[in-house]
Design a protein around this ligand. Sequence first.
Ligand code: NAD
Ligand SMILES: N[C@@H](CC=O)C(=O)O
Length: 486
Amino acid sequence: MSLSGPLERWNFAWVNGEPVRLAQSFEIVNPATGEQVGRAPKGGKKLTLQAIDAASEAFQTWGRTLPEERARVLHGWADRLLQHQAELALLMSLEQGKPLEEAEGEIEGSARFIRWYAEEAKRIYGETLPGSRAQQRIMVWRQPVGVVGMITPWNFPAAMVARKVAPALAAGCTVVLKPAKQTPLIAIAMFAQLIASGLPPGVANLVTGDAAAIGDTLLGDRRVRKISFTGSTEVGKRIMQKAADQVKRLSLELGGNAPVIVFADADLDLAAEAIVSNKFENCGQVCNGINVIYAQREIQAALCDKIAARVRSLKVGLGTEPGVQMGPLIDEPARAKVTQLVADAKAKGAQVITGGHCIEGAAYERGYFYAPTVLAGVTADMALTQEEIFGPVAPIASFDEEQEVLDRCNETPYGLAAYVFTRNLSRIYRMSEGLEFGMVAVNGTSLSVPQAPFGGIKESGMGREGGHHGLDEFLELKYVSLTLVE
Ligand SMILES: NC(=O)c1ccc[n+]([C@@H]2O[C@H](COP(=O)([O-])OP(=O)(O)OC[C@H]3O[C@@H](n4cnc5c(N)ncnc54)[C@H](O)[C@@H]3O)[C@@H](O)[C@H]2O)c1
Ligand SMILES: N[C@@H](CC=O)C(=O)O
């Protein structure tokens, strides 16, 4: 497949069903090579207002389309994403750096979310409640929120688009989406497939450029009734403050600090396999990715050996090369942060079991590569236990008692995901009930499926994506009290 074709094509925004090119554009760089892979329009307030105008106009009709029609368009979108899976995966790998296999899986997963919501569009049911007077009838309706502003991150640049746009369109909302500056191309290409599926003009719009100007325009416009944001807790908090001015509805999918707790009775091979696959997916840049591994003291050494053996065998390189299992970090600030966190841990006594350094050399000359790393002897005073690492570093700490580890895990202000490995059923319940996180996985580490409510509590955000809960994020309740008259 030609690499130049798919890359240079996607250099526009989408407004009212049309591609929009601007005089000014910004560069998108392959994090594995430092080479430019494309350009996207440098839009701001004007472009965003045009997109809101289009979305607002389109809502007047899309909000009243039959659910079957919305489902037809969404199924068409999923079909087209799968027809173009290889091309889209290549585009994603080139602008984001992840291995092709992961990128292909992300396109497939996006299609699964879209199909699930295509079907859920048909199940937007209301309620009839008993009245309080003989003549009273009470109905509860669920109606689309309206125009939704969406802001997505770079780490899952296709899945995050699908997980927001599909339920919004299923609910009858219209959207203005801003992808991350590092990864706009895959979003632009996905919108091309959505629009080609017969979506009426203006229902889905996409703008790129100045994040603050676009965000502030979405937040300041009363026609935008909701903001759905996925990204860092820092930016999420700023959006929440600004949304207060108009009491806009919010969904915030923010950062995490996921612990995995491995008890002495666990299947250690199963745990090691699942931990490595979670921790090193997408070079450790996963919101629900494991941050710290808590191993019960008597099995700590054995678990560390099993994890390190698997980590040493990971093949690192350009995501587009066959067999590569881990690509680069997204940019130099991300690599500098990982370097600094590892240096801090080493200075405070952590032992480097494997990795612990940037990868240099001809093949990696201009990419942001960091070696897959395992650290042992990790303690609570090390910054990487408190902060979201977002990189390929697996820190192992030890614990003695169940209550002690539960308290340590709950100390974090984050609350997205937690993982537990044990065979003891009573302990499974105690831990699942006690962990202050929005999601708990037991004896496994994968969480993201269309039918389940993905999301966090505390400073990891509010609202859910996935499941019928994810559809409710785009619906308002209306209570209608009807009094019968003669
Ligand atoms: N909870 C979840 O489901 C989930 C999923 C994926 C990623 N994340 C989190 O996302 C973070 C990584 O993504 P990131 O680095 O792209 O996050 P980020 O907060 O830097 O950026 C996210 C988005 O916000 C935009 N943005 C930045 N400043 C803005 C502003 N002032 N106004 C409006 N928009 C603005 C960015 O351009 C981007 O589109 C991690 O913390 C990760 O845990 C969470
Ligand atoms: N792992 C999550 C995304 C978080 O970064 C997912 O698969 O949805």
